[in-house]
Write a protein that binds this ligand. Structure first.
Ligand code: KG4
Ligand code: ZN
Length: 357
């Protein structure tokens, strides 16, 4: 069945602001983005409900609890965001929702709500790839980067370097062969007795650490290529903890050595990616790109190459609805539409995405 669309609206044009719904993991994110406004001015409202407290006592995300909480929070957040944007649901021009990759039960909540809402309003909807949304998030800001650029995607589930030539024109340059950087932060935080999520906790503890006490390896930097491997660093942290005892200072020193190793490895590979592609712009996105030390190091390597480094604002490095509304608006403008039989994809390689133009 075709999606009802007012006859006056040609495919590609969007008749109003786009609602974005993110429920792929442990944050319910909702936003309204109006693509008819200029760069940096399109975001009308956004809200986030984090489930961190819900999962903290389990030391990680419990998928079934995540799904149930999205069921409770998605509709109230949509109402809140529409109110803050000063529009009614009838004023929307499209709905974008995260369809993958992520936790299947969690994804299905946002997909079902987003697709049904679009159907009931007679407006188009589009399934958004969560990592594409992270990658495009820096373009939401004023003074956005222009294509082509190198993108470092560092989240809880992914560590990837891409050459980006346009929306949907992504060439994978390298990726983690085992744990993602964020996953390594989370696992190491757990063995250091820190809470979930581990990245911010390790970043805080590492500030008290002595950088000279332990020297962890920079995995896979001594050989050519742009792939990563982070699982050995967590083992390194565990062995060090067992050998050195676990007083507070030792934990801080391990956090520092671990964090320096991850940050330096990411920085070395980003420098290599910029050098090999000859591009002069790097964007970094995903939860780990909120890390202050990583930002300092990437700024240094970019400056050394006469390149620019661009990030989303810190709140849009981690999961959020704004990046979904924005990526969805770009895809809707390119004519992409989701049929009524919507799906969610726990795994969804970015290489499968079609170019948007
Ligand atoms: O992008 P994101 O919110 O969710 C996924 O798509 O995975 O990323 C979450 C990940 C978690 O592993 C978290 O520990 C990490 O990002 N993270 C950080 C920081 N803030 C979040 N890692 C290092 N330093 C941080 N400041
Ligand atoms: Zn994410």
């Amino acid at each position: 069945m075709a999606i009802a669309r007012p006859a006056s609206v040609p495919i590609g044009a969007i008749a109003g602001p786009v609602l974005g719904v993110e429920t792929s993991c442990d944050e319910t994110g909702v936003a309204v983005y109006d693509p008819r406004r200029g760069p940096g001015a399109g975001l009308l409202a956004h809200a986030l409900y984090s489930q961190v407290d819900l999962h903290a006592k389990y030391g990680g995300i419990v998928p079934e609890l995540a799904s149930r909480d999205h069921v409770r929070k998605t509709l109230p957040l949509i109402r809140e965001v529409l109110h803050a944007a000063g529009i009614s649901a009838r004023g929307l021009g499209g709905v974008a929702y995260t369809a993958g990759p992520g936790l299947i039960g969690a994804l299905l909540v946002g997909a079902a709500v987003g697709r049904s809402l679009a159907w009931s309003l007679g407006i188009p909807s589009v399934a958004v790839h969560h990592m594409e949304a992270h990658l495009l998030a820096p373009l939401l800001e004023s003074d956005p980067p222009t294509f082509p650029f190198v993108a470092l995607l560092v989240s809880g589930g992914h560590t990837q370097l891409f050459r980006v030539d346009g929306v949907g024109r992504y060439t994978l340059l390298g990726e983690s062969l085992d744990d993602a950087a964020g996953e390594a932060f989370d696992k190491t935080a757990k063995l250091l007795g820190l809470g979930y999520p581990g990245g911010p906790a390790i970043e805080r503890l590492a500030r008290d650490g002595d950088p000279g006490r332990f020297d962890f390896p920079r995995p896979m930097t001594n050989r050519p290529g742009l792939d990563f491997s982070f699982s050995g660093l967590k083992t390194c942290a565990l062995n060090t903890l067992q050998q050195e005892g676990d007083d507070a200072q030792t934990r801080a020193d391990i956090a520092r050595a671990f964090s320096d190793a991850v940050v330096e490895t990411l920085a070395i590979k980003c420098r290599r990616a910029l050098t090999e592609t000859g591009l002069k712009c790097l964007i970094a996105a995903g939860g780990v790109s909120a890390n202050g030390r990583l930002r300092e190091r990437l700024a240094e390597i970019a400056a050394g190459l006469g390149a620019r480094v661009v990030y989303p604002r810190p709140a849009f490095c981690t999961d959020n609805g704004a990046m979904i509304a924005f990526a969805g608006a770009l895809r809707l403008a390119a004519g992409h539409r989701e049929p009524l039989a919507f799906k969610a994809y726990p795994r969804w390689p970015m290489a499968e995405l079609p170019p948007a133009a």
